[in-house]
Design a protein around this ligand. Structure first.
Ligand code: GLC
Length: 544
Protein backbone atom coordinates (compact mmCIF):
# COMPACT_ATOMS: atom_id res chain seq x y z
CA UNK A 1 0.00 0.00 0.00
CA UNK A 2 1.59 3.32 -1.04
CA UNK A 3 1.32 6.33 1.21
CA UNK A 4 -1.08 7.90 -1.29
CA UNK A 5 -3.45 4.98 -0.67
CA UNK A 6 -3.30 5.34 3.14
CA UNK A 7 -7.05 5.88 3.32
CA UNK A 8 -7.77 2.31 2.12
CA UNK A 9 -6.62 0.62 5.36
CA UNK A 10 -6.38 3.46 7.88
CA UNK A 11 -7.51 3.47 11.48
CA UNK A 12 -9.08 6.89 11.98
CA UNK A 13 -9.64 8.36 15.46
CA UNK A 14 -12.64 10.66 15.83
CA UNK A 15 -12.00 13.72 17.98
CA UNK A 16 -15.10 15.41 19.35
CA UNK A 17 -13.16 18.60 19.95
CA UNK A 18 -15.32 20.03 22.73
CA UNK A 19 -14.68 16.97 24.90
CA UNK A 20 -11.23 15.74 23.92
CA UNK A 21 -8.73 17.88 25.87
CA UNK A 22 -8.91 21.39 27.26
CA UNK A 23 -5.73 23.41 26.72
CA UNK A 24 -6.77 26.66 28.39
CA UNK A 25 -8.74 25.52 31.42
CA UNK A 26 -12.17 26.90 30.47
CA UNK A 27 -13.88 23.50 30.65
CA UNK A 28 -14.15 23.24 26.84
CA UNK A 29 -11.85 21.14 24.67
CA UNK A 30 -9.82 23.04 22.07
CA UNK A 31 -7.05 23.02 19.47
CA UNK A 32 -4.36 23.54 22.11
CA UNK A 33 -5.70 20.45 23.90
CA UNK A 34 -5.51 18.36 20.73
CA UNK A 35 -1.97 19.59 20.02
CA UNK A 36 -0.90 18.56 23.51
CA UNK A 37 -2.19 15.01 22.95
CA UNK A 38 -0.84 14.22 19.49
CA UNK A 39 1.91 12.13 21.12
CA UNK A 40 -0.76 10.08 22.88
CA UNK A 41 -2.58 9.43 19.59
CA UNK A 42 0.59 8.53 17.72
CA UNK A 43 1.53 6.23 20.62
CA UNK A 44 -1.86 4.55 20.48
CA UNK A 45 -1.05 3.78 16.85
CA UNK A 46 -3.85 5.38 14.82
CA UNK A 47 -3.17 6.65 11.30
CA UNK A 48 -5.39 9.71 11.16
CA UNK A 49 -7.64 11.97 13.18
CA UNK A 50 -11.06 13.28 12.19
CA UNK A 51 -11.97 16.47 14.03
CA UNK A 52 -15.67 17.31 14.42
CA UNK A 53 -16.63 20.89 13.40
CA UNK A 54 -14.44 23.56 14.98
CA UNK A 55 -15.73 26.47 12.94
CA UNK A 56 -17.30 29.64 14.24
CA UNK A 57 -20.77 28.65 15.39
CA UNK A 58 -23.45 29.54 17.94
CA UNK A 59 -23.10 25.87 18.90
CA UNK A 60 -26.75 24.96 18.95
CA UNK A 61 -25.90 21.55 17.45
CA UNK A 62 -22.39 20.81 18.66
CA UNK A 63 -20.85 22.99 15.94
CA UNK A 64 -22.80 21.37 13.08
CA UNK A 65 -24.39 24.81 12.78
CA UNK A 66 -21.60 26.73 11.07
CA UNK A 67 -21.59 30.53 10.95
CA UNK A 68 -18.21 30.92 9.21
CA UNK A 69 -16.53 27.96 7.51
CA UNK A 70 -13.22 29.82 7.18
CA UNK A 71 -12.93 30.78 10.87
CA UNK A 72 -12.36 28.76 14.02
CA UNK A 73 -14.67 29.27 17.01
CA UNK A 74 -12.86 31.50 19.50
CA UNK A 75 -13.28 28.94 22.30
CA UNK A 76 -11.34 26.39 20.20
CA UNK A 77 -8.50 28.64 18.93
CA UNK A 78 -7.81 30.26 15.57
CA UNK A 79 -6.84 29.39 11.99
CA UNK A 80 -3.14 29.84 12.79
CA UNK A 81 -3.44 27.26 15.58
CA UNK A 82 -5.33 24.96 13.21
CA UNK A 83 -2.49 25.20 10.68
CA UNK A 84 0.05 24.43 13.39
CA UNK A 85 -2.02 21.46 14.52
CA UNK A 86 -2.10 20.05 10.97
CA UNK A 87 1.65 20.46 10.59
CA UNK A 88 2.38 18.89 13.98
CA UNK A 89 0.01 16.00 13.32
CA UNK A 90 1.84 15.33 10.07
CA UNK A 91 5.16 15.32 11.93
CA UNK A 92 3.65 12.64 14.20
CA UNK A 93 2.70 10.63 11.11
CA UNK A 94 -1.02 11.41 11.52
CA UNK A 95 -3.31 12.56 8.69
CA UNK A 96 -6.00 15.13 9.48
CA UNK A 97 -9.62 14.95 8.33
CA UNK A 98 -12.07 17.78 8.99
CA UNK A 99 -15.84 17.80 9.03
CA UNK A 100 -17.65 19.76 6.32
CA UNK A 101 -21.32 20.63 6.73
CA UNK A 102 -22.80 21.33 3.29
CA UNK A 103 -26.50 20.62 3.89
CA UNK A 104 -27.14 23.65 6.07
CA UNK A 105 -25.56 26.74 7.58
CA UNK A 106 -26.23 28.31 10.92
CA UNK A 107 -28.88 31.01 10.77
CA UNK A 108 -26.04 33.24 12.08
CA UNK A 109 -24.17 32.73 8.76
CA UNK A 110 -23.86 36.03 6.82
CA UNK A 111 -25.78 34.50 3.89
CA UNK A 112 -28.79 33.71 6.06
CA UNK A 113 -28.60 37.05 7.83
CA UNK A 114 -28.59 38.73 4.38
CA UNK A 115 -31.57 36.57 3.37
CA UNK A 116 -33.51 37.69 6.44
CA UNK A 117 -32.74 41.34 5.70
CA UNK A 118 -33.84 40.98 2.06
CA UNK A 119 -37.43 40.69 0.77
CA UNK A 120 -39.18 37.51 -0.46
CA UNK A 121 -38.03 36.62 -3.97
CA UNK A 122 -34.65 38.35 -3.54
CA UNK A 123 -31.36 36.79 -4.70
CA UNK A 124 -30.30 36.60 -1.03
CA UNK A 125 -33.20 34.25 -0.25
CA UNK A 126 -32.47 32.08 -3.30
CA UNK A 127 -29.49 30.40 -1.61
CA UNK A 128 -31.85 28.78 0.90
CA UNK A 129 -35.29 27.18 0.60
CA UNK A 130 -37.84 29.93 1.26
CA UNK A 131 -41.54 29.35 0.53
CA UNK A 132 -44.72 31.41 0.73
CA UNK A 133 -47.84 30.17 2.42
CA UNK A 134 -50.39 30.69 5.14
CA UNK A 135 -49.69 27.21 6.45
CA UNK A 136 -46.50 25.15 6.71
CA UNK A 137 -45.43 24.25 3.12
CA UNK A 138 -45.39 20.46 3.55
CA UNK A 139 -45.18 17.59 6.06
CA UNK A 140 -41.38 17.28 6.22
CA UNK A 141 -40.07 16.93 9.75
CA UNK A 142 -36.90 18.09 11.45
CA UNK A 143 -34.67 15.21 12.55
CA UNK A 144 -34.70 16.75 16.02
CA UNK A 145 -38.52 16.90 16.15
CA UNK A 146 -41.21 19.29 14.95
CA UNK A 147 -41.86 20.66 11.47
CA UNK A 148 -38.91 21.22 9.13
CA UNK A 149 -40.13 24.77 8.38
CA UNK A 150 -39.96 27.95 10.41
CA UNK A 151 -41.71 31.20 9.56
CA UNK A 152 -39.92 34.55 9.34
CA UNK A 153 -41.65 37.84 10.23
CA UNK A 154 -42.71 38.66 6.64
CA UNK A 155 -44.63 35.37 6.45
CA UNK A 156 -42.24 33.24 4.36
CA UNK A 157 -41.05 29.84 5.62
CA UNK A 158 -37.51 28.45 5.44
CA UNK A 159 -36.51 24.80 5.44
CA UNK A 160 -34.38 23.17 8.14
CA UNK A 161 -34.10 19.39 8.24
CA UNK A 162 -32.34 19.73 11.61
CA UNK A 163 -32.55 22.52 14.20
CA UNK A 164 -34.44 25.75 13.29
CA UNK A 165 -31.02 27.45 13.61
CA UNK A 166 -29.66 25.20 10.81
CA UNK A 167 -31.12 26.47 7.51
CA UNK A 168 -30.86 24.12 4.52
CA UNK A 169 -28.94 25.50 1.56
CA UNK A 170 -30.37 25.28 -1.96
CA UNK A 171 -27.82 23.19 -3.85
CA UNK A 172 -29.38 24.00 -7.21
CA UNK A 173 -27.90 27.50 -6.75
CA UNK A 174 -24.54 27.94 -8.53
CA UNK A 175 -23.19 30.23 -5.79
CA UNK A 176 -23.73 27.52 -3.18
CA UNK A 177 -21.84 25.00 -5.29
CA UNK A 178 -19.00 27.41 -6.00
CA UNK A 179 -18.70 28.45 -2.36
CA UNK A 180 -18.16 24.89 -1.17
CA UNK A 181 -15.54 24.17 -3.84
CA UNK A 182 -13.72 27.23 -2.56
CA UNK A 183 -14.08 26.07 1.06
CA UNK A 184 -12.59 22.69 0.24
CA UNK A 185 -9.60 24.46 -1.32
CA UNK A 186 -9.30 26.81 1.66
CA UNK A 187 -8.65 23.89 4.02
CA UNK A 188 -6.80 21.66 1.55
CA UNK A 189 -4.40 24.59 1.01
CA UNK A 190 -3.74 24.48 4.76
CA UNK A 191 -2.59 20.87 4.52
CA UNK A 192 -5.79 19.10 5.53
CA UNK A 193 -5.90 15.53 4.14
CA UNK A 194 -9.63 15.09 3.70
CA UNK A 195 -13.19 15.72 4.79
CA UNK A 196 -15.97 13.81 6.44
CA UNK A 197 -19.09 14.94 4.59
CA UNK A 198 -21.93 15.64 7.00
CA UNK A 199 -25.42 14.54 5.89
CA UNK A 200 -23.96 13.60 2.50
CA UNK A 201 -27.30 12.25 1.26
CA UNK A 202 -29.33 15.36 2.05
CA UNK A 203 -28.17 18.16 -0.22
CA UNK A 204 -30.71 17.94 -3.04
CA UNK A 205 -34.41 18.57 -2.48
CA UNK A 206 -37.27 17.76 -4.82
CA UNK A 207 -38.09 21.09 -6.52
CA UNK A 208 -41.82 20.52 -5.96
CA UNK A 209 -41.38 19.91 -2.20
CA UNK A 210 -44.00 17.10 -2.21
CA UNK A 211 -45.36 15.69 1.04
CA UNK A 212 -43.45 12.70 2.32
CA UNK A 213 -46.24 10.85 4.09
CA UNK A 214 -44.31 11.26 7.31
CA UNK A 215 -44.64 8.70 10.08
CA UNK A 216 -43.41 9.18 13.64
CA UNK A 217 -41.16 6.08 13.47
CA UNK A 218 -39.19 7.52 10.53
CA UNK A 219 -37.20 9.72 12.91
CA UNK A 220 -33.44 9.01 12.63
CA UNK A 221 -34.18 5.62 11.09
CA UNK A 222 -32.88 4.48 7.71
CA UNK A 223 -35.57 5.62 5.35
CA UNK A 224 -35.95 3.62 2.20
CA UNK A 225 -38.64 5.56 0.37
CA UNK A 226 -38.34 5.47 -3.45
CA UNK A 227 -37.84 8.94 -4.94
CA UNK A 228 -37.50 10.39 -1.45
CA UNK A 229 -37.98 14.18 -1.72
CA UNK A 230 -34.97 15.14 0.39
CA UNK A 231 -32.77 12.09 0.90
CA UNK A 232 -30.37 10.32 -1.44
CA UNK A 233 -31.61 12.02 -4.61
CA UNK A 234 -29.72 11.14 -7.79
CA UNK A 235 -28.64 14.71 -8.49
CA UNK A 236 -26.40 14.73 -5.39
CA UNK A 237 -23.77 12.67 -7.22
CA UNK A 238 -22.96 15.52 -9.59
CA UNK A 239 -21.91 17.56 -6.53
CA UNK A 240 -19.46 14.88 -5.42
CA UNK A 241 -18.00 14.49 -8.89
CA UNK A 242 -17.06 18.17 -8.71
CA UNK A 243 -15.63 17.75 -5.23
CA UNK A 244 -13.53 14.78 -6.33
CA UNK A 245 -11.95 16.86 -9.09
CA UNK A 246 -10.88 19.42 -6.50
CA UNK A 247 -9.45 16.74 -4.19
CA UNK A 248 -7.62 14.96 -7.03
CA UNK A 249 -5.93 18.18 -8.13
CA UNK A 250 -3.82 18.12 -4.93
CA UNK A 251 -0.58 16.25 -4.45
CA UNK A 252 -1.07 13.96 -2.64
CA UNK A 253 -4.77 13.76 -3.51
CA UNK A 254 -7.16 14.56 -0.69
CA UNK A 255 -9.96 12.19 0.37
CA UNK A 256 -13.60 12.09 1.50
CA UNK A 257 -15.74 9.91 3.72
CA UNK A 258 -19.52 10.23 3.40
CA UNK A 259 -21.92 10.25 6.30
CA UNK A 260 -24.63 8.45 4.33
CA UNK A 261 -27.44 6.71 6.18
CA UNK A 262 -28.73 4.71 3.19
CA UNK A 263 -30.39 1.34 3.72
CA UNK A 264 -30.07 -0.03 0.18
CA UNK A 265 -26.51 -1.31 -0.46
CA UNK A 266 -26.68 -0.49 -4.16
CA UNK A 267 -27.65 3.09 -3.38
CA UNK A 268 -24.79 3.36 -0.88
CA UNK A 269 -22.33 2.03 -3.47
CA UNK A 270 -23.21 4.98 -5.71
CA UNK A 271 -21.51 7.39 -3.27
CA UNK A 272 -18.22 5.52 -3.64
CA UNK A 273 -18.45 5.08 -7.41
CA UNK A 274 -15.37 6.03 -9.45
CA UNK A 275 -14.71 9.78 -9.46
CA UNK A 276 -16.91 10.36 -6.42
CA UNK A 277 -16.30 9.99 -2.69
CA UNK A 278 -13.58 7.59 -1.57
CA UNK A 279 -15.38 5.91 1.33
CA UNK A 280 -18.69 5.93 3.19
CA UNK A 281 -19.47 5.09 6.81
CA UNK A 282 -20.89 1.65 7.40
CA UNK A 283 -23.77 2.34 9.77
CA UNK A 284 -25.43 -1.09 9.53
CA UNK A 285 -22.32 -2.48 11.31
CA UNK A 286 -22.82 -0.01 14.16
CA UNK A 287 -26.51 -0.87 14.29
CA UNK A 288 -26.06 -4.60 14.38
CA UNK A 289 -27.01 -6.46 17.53
CA UNK A 290 -24.32 -8.44 19.39
CA UNK A 291 -25.34 -11.55 17.52
CA UNK A 292 -23.25 -13.79 15.27
CA UNK A 293 -25.91 -14.09 12.55
CA UNK A 294 -26.56 -10.34 12.39
CA UNK A 295 -22.88 -9.46 12.36
CA UNK A 296 -22.10 -12.03 9.69
CA UNK A 297 -24.88 -10.65 7.49
CA UNK A 298 -23.64 -7.09 7.86
CA UNK A 299 -19.98 -7.92 7.26
CA UNK A 300 -20.72 -10.09 4.26
CA UNK A 301 -23.12 -7.63 2.67
CA UNK A 302 -20.70 -4.75 3.29
CA UNK A 303 -17.95 -6.53 1.43
CA UNK A 304 -20.32 -7.28 -1.45
CA UNK A 305 -21.66 -3.72 -1.50
CA UNK A 306 -18.22 -2.21 -1.82
CA UNK A 307 -17.46 -4.50 -4.75
CA UNK A 308 -20.53 -2.93 -6.42
CA UNK A 309 -18.93 0.49 -6.39
CA UNK A 310 -17.61 -0.06 -9.91
CA UNK A 311 -14.27 1.39 -8.93
CA UNK A 312 -11.47 -0.72 -10.50
CA UNK A 313 -9.70 -1.47 -7.24
CA UNK A 314 -12.97 -1.44 -5.28
CA UNK A 315 -13.99 1.02 -2.61
CA UNK A 316 -12.59 -0.06 0.74
CA UNK A 317 -15.16 -1.10 3.34
CA UNK A 318 -15.30 0.96 6.53
CA UNK A 319 -16.26 -0.13 10.03
CA UNK A 320 -17.55 1.96 12.87
CA UNK A 321 -18.95 0.94 16.26
CA UNK A 322 -19.41 4.30 17.88
CA UNK A 323 -19.55 8.06 17.27
CA UNK A 324 -20.87 11.30 18.75
CA UNK A 325 -24.45 10.57 17.62
CA UNK A 326 -25.05 7.14 19.18
CA UNK A 327 -24.69 5.32 22.47
CA UNK A 328 -21.20 4.15 23.27
CA UNK A 329 -20.55 0.48 22.55
CA UNK A 330 -20.09 -0.52 26.22
CA UNK A 331 -23.55 0.82 27.02
CA UNK A 332 -25.24 -0.50 23.89
CA UNK A 333 -23.86 -4.02 24.23
CA UNK A 334 -24.37 -4.03 28.01
CA UNK A 335 -28.12 -4.05 27.85
CA UNK A 336 -29.96 -7.03 29.19
CA UNK A 337 -30.95 -8.05 25.68
CA UNK A 338 -29.38 -7.82 22.25
CA UNK A 339 -32.37 -6.64 20.25
CA UNK A 340 -31.45 -4.34 17.43
CA UNK A 341 -32.35 -0.82 18.49
CA UNK A 342 -30.80 1.33 15.79
CA UNK A 343 -27.97 2.48 18.04
CA UNK A 344 -30.08 5.32 19.39
CA UNK A 345 -29.36 6.85 22.73
CA UNK A 346 -32.08 5.36 24.84
CA UNK A 347 -32.23 5.41 28.58
CA UNK A 348 -35.70 3.99 28.21
CA UNK A 349 -34.21 0.84 26.68
CA UNK A 350 -33.50 -0.98 29.91
CA UNK A 351 -30.74 -1.54 32.46
CA UNK A 352 -27.09 -1.76 31.47
CA UNK A 353 -24.55 -4.30 32.75
CA UNK A 354 -21.34 -2.32 32.23
CA UNK A 355 -18.96 -5.26 32.73
CA UNK A 356 -20.83 -7.35 30.19
CA UNK A 357 -20.91 -4.39 27.80
CA UNK A 358 -17.18 -3.79 28.16
CA UNK A 359 -16.38 -7.48 27.61
CA UNK A 360 -18.40 -7.40 24.40
CA UNK A 361 -17.02 -4.03 23.35
CA UNK A 362 -13.46 -5.34 23.70
CA UNK A 363 -14.30 -8.40 21.61
CA UNK A 364 -16.04 -6.17 19.08
CA UNK A 365 -12.92 -3.99 18.81
CA UNK A 366 -10.81 -7.05 17.91
CA UNK A 367 -13.46 -8.06 15.38
CA UNK A 368 -13.57 -4.61 13.80
CA UNK A 369 -9.81 -4.16 13.68
CA UNK A 370 -9.38 -7.59 12.04
CA UNK A 371 -11.67 -6.71 9.13
CA UNK A 372 -10.29 -5.43 5.82
CA UNK A 373 -10.50 -1.73 4.98
CA UNK A 374 -10.84 1.31 7.22
CA UNK A 375 -11.77 1.35 10.92
CA UNK A 376 -13.00 4.31 12.96
CA UNK A 377 -12.42 4.71 16.69
CA UNK A 378 -14.43 7.28 18.61
CA UNK A 379 -12.48 9.08 21.34
CA UNK A 380 -12.72 7.12 24.58
CA UNK A 381 -13.55 3.87 22.79
CA UNK A 382 -9.92 2.89 23.44
CA UNK A 383 -10.70 3.39 27.15
CA UNK A 384 -13.90 1.32 27.12
CA UNK A 385 -15.92 4.33 28.29
CA UNK A 386 -19.67 3.92 28.83
CA UNK A 387 -22.29 6.63 28.26
CA UNK A 388 -23.03 8.97 31.14
CA UNK A 389 -26.58 7.90 31.90
CA UNK A 390 -27.41 10.43 34.62
CA UNK A 391 -26.58 13.89 33.35
CA UNK A 392 -28.88 16.27 35.21
CA UNK A 393 -31.60 17.66 32.94
CA UNK A 394 -30.40 21.24 33.31
CA UNK A 395 -26.95 20.30 31.97
CA UNK A 396 -28.17 18.52 28.81
CA UNK A 397 -27.21 20.45 25.65
CA UNK A 398 -28.25 18.35 22.64
CA UNK A 399 -31.03 19.98 20.57
CA UNK A 400 -32.72 16.57 20.50
CA UNK A 401 -33.34 17.15 24.23
CA UNK A 402 -33.97 20.87 24.18
CA UNK A 403 -36.22 20.81 21.09
CA UNK A 404 -38.24 17.76 22.07
CA UNK A 405 -39.37 19.45 25.27
CA UNK A 406 -37.49 16.81 27.25
CA UNK A 407 -39.16 13.83 25.56
CA UNK A 408 -35.92 12.46 24.03
CA UNK A 409 -32.70 12.44 26.09
CA UNK A 410 -30.43 13.08 23.11
CA UNK A 411 -26.75 12.44 22.53
CA UNK A 412 -24.99 14.16 25.43
CA UNK A 413 -24.29 10.85 27.20
CA UNK A 414 -21.65 9.84 24.65
CA UNK A 415 -20.09 13.34 24.47
CA UNK A 416 -18.76 13.64 28.01
CA UNK A 417 -15.22 15.08 28.37
CA UNK A 418 -12.48 12.44 28.43
CA UNK A 419 -10.82 11.35 31.67
CA UNK A 420 -7.05 11.85 31.34
CA UNK A 421 -6.02 11.33 34.98
CA UNK A 422 -7.55 9.90 38.15
CA UNK A 423 -7.99 13.46 39.58
CA UNK A 424 -11.35 13.64 41.38
CA UNK A 425 -12.39 16.96 39.78
CA UNK A 426 -12.53 16.99 36.00
CA UNK A 427 -10.43 13.80 35.68
CA UNK A 428 -7.54 15.75 34.19
CA UNK A 429 -9.66 17.12 31.36
CA UNK A 430 -8.27 20.61 31.92
CA UNK A 431 -10.81 22.15 34.22
CA UNK A 432 -12.59 21.14 37.39
CA UNK A 433 -15.91 21.97 35.77
CA UNK A 434 -16.12 20.57 32.24
CA UNK A 435 -18.91 21.82 29.93
CA UNK A 436 -20.76 18.51 30.40
CA UNK A 437 -20.52 16.81 33.79
CA UNK A 438 -18.57 13.55 34.08
CA UNK A 439 -19.98 10.52 35.90
CA UNK A 440 -18.75 9.91 39.46
CA UNK A 441 -15.48 7.98 39.51
CA UNK A 442 -14.71 8.82 35.84
CA UNK A 443 -11.00 9.08 36.70
CA UNK A 444 -10.97 5.32 37.34
CA UNK A 445 -11.17 4.85 33.57
CA UNK A 446 -8.58 7.53 32.81
CA UNK A 447 -5.79 7.32 30.28
CA UNK A 448 -3.19 7.55 33.06
CA UNK A 449 -4.67 4.57 34.92
CA UNK A 450 -5.05 2.49 31.79
CA UNK A 451 -1.56 3.17 30.49
CA UNK A 452 -0.31 1.72 33.80
CA UNK A 453 -2.49 -1.40 33.51
CA UNK A 454 -1.39 -4.00 30.93
CA UNK A 455 -4.89 -5.57 31.06
CA UNK A 456 -6.64 -2.30 30.15
CA UNK A 457 -8.72 -1.64 27.05
CA UNK A 458 -6.13 1.01 26.11
CA UNK A 459 -3.41 -1.65 25.87
CA UNK A 460 -5.72 -4.04 24.03
CA UNK A 461 -6.31 -1.41 21.34
CA UNK A 462 -2.67 -0.28 21.23
CA UNK A 463 -1.49 -3.89 20.79
CA UNK A 464 -4.13 -4.58 18.17
CA UNK A 465 -3.06 -1.52 16.19
CA UNK A 466 0.60 -2.50 16.39
CA UNK A 467 -0.12 -6.07 15.21
CA UNK A 468 -2.44 -4.77 12.47
CA UNK A 469 0.32 -2.52 11.19
CA UNK A 470 3.12 -5.10 11.47
CA UNK A 471 1.22 -7.98 9.86
CA UNK A 472 -0.19 -5.91 6.99
CA UNK A 473 -2.32 -8.92 5.99
CA UNK A 474 -3.98 -9.22 2.56
CA UNK A 475 -7.28 -7.36 2.17
CA UNK A 476 -9.25 -10.50 1.23
CA UNK A 477 -11.43 -12.14 3.88
CA UNK A 478 -12.31 -15.84 3.88
CA UNK A 479 -14.89 -17.27 6.30
CA UNK A 480 -13.78 -20.41 8.13
CA UNK A 481 -16.81 -20.73 10.40
CA UNK A 482 -20.01 -18.76 10.61
CA UNK A 483 -22.42 -21.37 11.83
CA UNK A 484 -23.91 -21.03 15.29
CA UNK A 485 -22.56 -18.39 17.58
CA UNK A 486 -18.91 -18.29 16.48
CA UNK A 487 -17.49 -16.03 13.78
CA UNK A 488 -14.16 -17.14 12.41
CA UNK A 489 -12.36 -15.76 9.35
CA UNK A 490 -8.96 -15.70 7.74
CA UNK A 491 -7.07 -12.84 6.17
CA UNK A 492 -4.45 -14.50 4.00
CA UNK A 493 -2.93 -17.87 4.93
CA UNK A 494 -1.48 -16.84 8.30
CA UNK A 495 -3.98 -14.69 10.19
CA UNK A 496 -7.28 -15.66 11.79
CA UNK A 497 -9.84 -13.91 13.96
CA UNK A 498 -12.30 -15.87 16.12
CA UNK A 499 -15.19 -14.31 18.03
CA UNK A 500 -17.34 -16.25 20.47
CA UNK A 501 -20.79 -14.67 20.67
CA UNK A 502 -22.37 -17.67 22.39
CA UNK A 503 -22.94 -18.72 26.00
CA UNK A 504 -20.37 -21.53 26.21
CA UNK A 505 -16.60 -21.81 25.90
CA UNK A 506 -15.10 -22.80 22.56
CA UNK A 507 -11.62 -24.33 22.18
CA UNK A 508 -9.08 -22.38 20.14
CA UNK A 509 -8.57 -23.94 16.70
CA UNK A 510 -5.74 -26.45 16.44
CA UNK A 511 -2.63 -25.30 14.62
CA UNK A 512 -2.81 -21.71 15.80
CA UNK A 513 -0.75 -19.46 18.04
CA UNK A 514 -2.52 -16.73 19.98
CA UNK A 515 -1.44 -13.22 19.05
CA UNK A 516 -3.97 -11.31 21.14
CA UNK A 517 -7.13 -11.97 23.14
CA UNK A 518 -9.84 -9.63 24.32
CA UNK A 519 -9.95 -11.31 27.78
CA UNK A 520 -6.66 -10.00 29.08
CA UNK A 521 -6.43 -12.30 32.10
CA UNK A 522 -6.74 -15.60 30.21
CA UNK A 523 -3.70 -17.68 29.27
CA UNK A 524 -2.85 -17.79 25.56
CA UNK A 525 -4.15 -21.33 24.97
CA UNK A 526 -7.29 -21.18 27.18
CA UNK A 527 -10.62 -21.90 25.50
CA UNK A 528 -12.44 -18.76 24.40
CA UNK A 529 -15.18 -17.80 26.84
CA UNK A 530 -18.50 -16.15 25.95
CA UNK A 531 -18.25 -12.64 24.49
CA UNK A 532 -14.54 -12.84 23.73
CA UNK A 533 -12.36 -12.70 20.64
CA UNK A 534 -8.85 -13.77 19.69
CA UNK A 535 -6.37 -13.04 16.94
CA UNK A 536 -4.42 -16.09 15.89
CA UNK A 537 -1.42 -16.93 13.74
CA UNK A 538 -2.00 -20.09 11.72
CA UNK A 539 0.95 -22.50 12.05
CA UNK A 540 -0.34 -24.89 9.46
CA UNK A 541 1.31 -27.92 11.13
CA UNK A 542 -1.65 -29.00 13.27
CA UNK A 543 -0.06 -28.08 16.62
CA UNK A 544 -1.26 -25.44 19.06
C1 GLC B 1 -24.79 14.68 11.38
C2 GLC B 1 -23.95 14.87 12.62
C3 GLC B 1 -24.85 15.22 13.77
C4 GLC B 1 -25.59 16.49 13.44
C5 GLC B 1 -26.31 16.39 12.09
C6 GLC B 1 -26.76 17.74 11.59
O1 GLC B 1 -25.66 13.62 11.48
O2 GLC B 1 -23.19 13.71 12.86
O3 GLC B 1 -24.15 15.34 14.97
O4 GLC B 1 -26.53 16.77 14.44
O5 GLC B 1 -25.47 15.86 11.10
O6 GLC B 1 -25.67 18.46 11.09
Amino acid sequence: MTDVEWWRTAVIYQIYIRSFADGDGDGIGDIAGIRSRLGYLAGLGVDAIWITPWYESPNNDGGYDVADYRAIAREYGDVRGAEQLVAEAHRHGLKVILDIVPNHTSTDHPWFQAALAAPPGSPERARYHFMDGHVVPNDWRSTFGGPAWTRVPDGQWYLHLFDPTQADLDWSHPEVRAEFLDLLRFWFDRGVDGFRVDVATGLIKHPGYPDLGYREEDLLVLTDVPDHPHRDRDEVHAVYREWREVADAYDPPRIFVAEAWVADPERLARYVAPAQLHTAFNFPFLQSAWDAGDLFTVIDSTLRTMSLSGSPSGAPPTWVLSNHDVERTVTRYGRAYTRKHQGRSGHELGPVDEDLGRRRARAALLLMLALPGVAYLYQGEELGLPDHMDIPDDRLRDPIWTRSGGRRRGRDGCRVPLPWTPAPDGAGFGSADPWLPQPPGWGRLSVANQVDDPASTYHLVARALRIRRELDVPQELEWVDRAGSVLRFRRGPDFECVVNLGDTEVPLPAGTVTLLRSDAHAAAGDPLGPDTAAWLRVRGDGTT
